[in-house]
Design a binder for this molecule. Structure first.
Ligand SMILES: O=C(O)[C@@H](O)[C@H](O)[C@H](O)C(=O)CO
Length: 470
């Protein structure tokens, strides 16, 4: 029996051990989708205690704490940081089977050298030891990134953002990690949300051109995309909580925009028309700029309205949506393709029922001489588990090319989440190792090593065209 998290955990055969230790382990990390704060990176934020660095903003942990019967005051409420940490320490033993159990202990080991199994009893000691380390040198936001061998951090940014800290980081020379923005214009597409009109006003302010027409709106999006590009952006990101597609014209989209600008609700069909035309317009810009587009599909967000009022979005009250996406996604991708607006695209669905739909529809649009142009997104959010990662990779291998997969991301708000890449790389090496040991794949270490290094780092490096500093 292996000891918990021993050096070969998740590696169940000799080939897997060899692949991991000789090809995957030392590869750098490109975190091409996360929600880290560029300001905290620029300021090399130091953390006053383990609660701030480990629990704040991490709604994965918040959800299991609630499931464990922890009162909200000890999660997002006004309890002390120490009491919140105790509540988390009490919860961790209850998370076995959830990747949080392994991730949490990996994070304690890899960043703080603590190999104990965290629980309520040893929490006070861990609190003291980690906090002492956090007060010392080498535990600022930048240090945690560089200690994890990260080369690129791609944050998630609204088109109205000034990108002040990305620009400051770009201009200085003593941080050799590229911190780049991703263009996420969701608020400009969600025409029926209360955020739409205020966002349009803000967009007009940042571009210096008040927006009263659809043409002005499109021009503003174009201007902001080119500004983002000038700061090093090469990725866009869209949350398609359902995939909207409807045949339409620019005139129709303009009428719908004008109607919504008066603060009036538009019909679902009108929303689909507006989203379709606007996405195609943006797709043309992304293709011209050579950007990769990410479509994050089928999330059901903010289910708990009482808690949404109190805490806002991304606080642990989301779930998986089950909208049918095969038809509208196929039509949307085809419309983009016909308009030369379908460039490199990563398709994620939060619903694992969609894996084969995504993996097969993307196969209909591989072209342009770009290896892995169309990507099946890495196991996202609730799928960011051993089963979810394996299911995504097996699906991709079965109907596409696992060898061209751009690999893992953290999608996190915590600077300690890079151990997810180690977890993922172990799963990749074990999956391929099993194929070899079963005689399904030749024991060709040159080929397999190259594929493992591609999935770990090289594919993402080639795919995203990030300007990597070192
Ligand atoms: O990008 C998204 O829409 C999601 O990743 C969302 O931000 C979510 O809160 C998350 O971080 C899941 O890991």
């Amino acid at each position: 029996m292996k000891t918990f998290l021993d050096e070969n955990f998740l590696l169940n055969n000799e080939t897997a051990v060899h692949l991991y230790n000789h090809y995957a382990k030392e590869m750098p990390i490109i975190d091409y989708h996360c929600h880290l704060s560029p300001q905290e990176i620029y300021e090399n934020k130091t953390f006053k205690n383990i609660t701030e660095v480990w629990l704040n903003g991490d709604h994965y942990k918040w959800r299991v704490m609630r499931a464990n019967g922890i009162e909200e005051k000890y999660i997002t409420g006004d309890a002390s940081d120490y009491d919140k940490f105790l509540a988390w320490a009490k919860t961790v033993p209850m998370t076995i089977g959830n990747p949080l159990f392994q991730w949490s202990h990996l994070e304690l080991r890899r960043f703080f050298g603590i190999h104990d199994l965290i629980n309520e009893k040893n929490a006070p000691l861990i609190w003291e030891k980690v906090n002492a380390l956090l007060q010392g040198e080498g535990f600022g936001a930048r240090d945690l990134i560089t200690k994890s061998n990260v080369k690129v951090v791609c944050t998630t940014d609204d088109p109205t953002d000034s990108l002040e800290y990305h620009i400051k980081l770009k201009e200085e020379n003593d941080f050799d990690v590229a911190v780049l923005p991703a263009f996420r214009p969701d608020k400009g597409l969600e025409i029926n949300r209360a955020t739409f009109v205020p966002w349009i006003e803000k967009l007009g302010q940042v571009t210096g051109q008040p927006i009263s027409s659809y043409d002005q709106f499109l021009a503003a999006l174009d201007a902001r995309a080119r500004f983002f590009h000038s700061v090093g952006c090469t990725v866009s990101d869209h949350a398609l909580d359902y995939v909207a597609y409807a045949e339409t014209t620019k005139e129709e989209a303009a009428e719908i925009f004008a109607y919504a600008l008066q603060g009036r609700a538009v019909s679902l069909e009108e929303e689909k028309k507006f989203k379709t035309y606007t996405l195609i317009f943006l797709g043309k810009i992304y293709a011209e700029l050579g950007w990769a587009t990410q479509f994050h599909i089928n999330a059901s967000r903010n289910n708990n309205s009482r808690m949404f009022e109190k805490l806002g979005p991304d606080t642990g009250f989301d779930s998986i949506n089950d909208s049918a996406l095969a038809y509208p996604l196929g039509k949307l991708l085809d419309a983009l393709d016909k308009e030369n607006a379908l460039h490199k695209t990563i398709l994620y669905s939060l619903n694992p029922k969609d894996n084969y739909v995504l993996a097969t529809v993307m196969g209909a649009f591989q072209n342009g001489g770009i290896p892995g142009k169309m990507q099946l997104g890495s196991a996202w959010w609730f799928n960011d588990t051993k089963d979810g990662m394996l299911e995504q990779m097996k699906t991709l291998a079965n109907v596409g090319l696992l060898s061209r997969f751009v690999g893992m991301l953290t999608d996190s708000r915590s600077f300690l989440s890079y151990t997810r890449h180690e977890y993922f790389r172990r799963l990749v090496c074990n999956l391929i190792g099993e194929w070899v040991e079963n005689g399904e794949v030749p024991n060709d270490m040159e080929l397999l090593g190259s594929i493992v290094q591609g999935i770990s780092y090289n594919n993402a490096k080639d795919y995203f065209n990030f300007k990597i500093k070192a």
